[in-house]
Design a protein around this ligand. Structure first.
Ligand code: G1P
Length: 289
């Protein structure tokens, strides 16, 4: 069965980006000229996803509006003959892609957010993309590669990236199997945000997952942690007893737009990729070096 559905949990308050996120959903904060979440949705669409499920909150309707048509704006751009802009806003979501929204009624964590989309997923395999993290793949779209691995090995796939030892307590951390002294991609252990001295490695889960619907069974069984949240990592750790989970090592770069410095780096990175803006930004950076 092909992987066609994606869950994007967007209900969180974004406390790391306050005060801006008080009234702008953090996923809508602009990176160059598009909201951060647009990059994530394009990544999913490029990987073959045709159903985007936003798990959202009543205060964050700006996200749904962004992915919806705006007939009034389209008519205005048409009247003013701004055809380039008109095409751009019409193409935000290609015709074959559907965006649906479900609500997360209470802030009970990432695992709970994924559970909120269970009925829309049904018996299909699916991906989860955390929209805080922008992934710029250095070769072929990494998510597309993860889906290929999933289809080939029938094993869930988790994207991982090596992080500095002092940051392991901000991520889910995995331990991989060693075969003849070499690391394989089979995950043996998963821990959510371990203290620095207890982390089994420095390989961090960075927000891209491919799952079979079996994960829902374990999400239902996972108790809330000390902070009252149901962790996706804890459910994956239970799933390991039934199913293989493989690590997919990121080939490229990630930008954590949920943090101030990550967001600033993302703006610089994606501006430098733009032919119309790169030279001007480089000139400016030269003046402040
Ligand atoms: C979540 C996950 C964590 C993962 C991280 C990646 O944590 O729970 O396992 O490593 O995203 O960004 P959060 O950043 O939402 O606290």
């Amino acid at each position: 069965m092909k992987v066609k559905k994606a869950i994007l949990p967007v209900a969180g308050f974004g406390t790391r980006l306050l005060p801006a996120s008080k009234s702008i959903p953090k996923e809508m904060i602009t990176v160059v000229d598009r909201p951060a979440i647009d990059y994530v949705v394009q990544e999913a669409v490029e990987a073959g996803i045709d159903t985007i499920i936003l798990v959202t909150h009543p205060a964050k309707q700006a996200i749904e509006n962004y992915f919806d048509r705006n007939a009034e704006l389209e008519a205005l751009l048409e009247k003013k003959k701004k055809n380039d802009l008109l095409q751009q806003i019409k193409q935000i979501i290609p015709e074959h892609v559907t965006v649906v929204a479900v609500r997360q009624p209470e802030p009970l964590g990432l695992g709970h957010a994924v559970l909120c989309a269970e009925k829309v997923i049904g018996d299909d395999p699916f991906v989860v993309l955390l929209p805080d993290v922008l992934v710029d793949s250095s070769d072929k779209n990494n998510l597309a590669q993860m889906i290929e691995q999933f289809e080939q090995y029938q094993a869930s796939q988790i994207m991982v990236e090596n992080v500095a030892a002092e940051r392991v307590d901000q991520y889910g951390i995995v331990r991989l199997e060693e075969v003849d002294g070499q690391q394989s991609n089979n995950i043996l252990e998963l821990v959510e945000k371990p203290p620095i001295n207890e982390a089994p490695s420095t390989l961090a889960v960075v927000g891209r997952y491919v799952f079979t619907p079996q994960i829902f069974k374990y999400l239902h069984l996972t108790p809330a942690d000390r902070s009252g949240e149901i962790q996706l990592t804890d459910a994956m750790a239970q799933l390991l007893g039934e199913q293989k989970i493989q690590a997919f090592t990121l080939k490229g770069e990630t930008y954590d737009c949920g943090s101030k410095i990550g967001y600033i780096k993302a703006i610089v990175h994606y501006t430098l990729k733009r032919d119309d803006l790169k030279a001007q930004l480089m000139d400016f950076l030269d003046t402040i070096k």
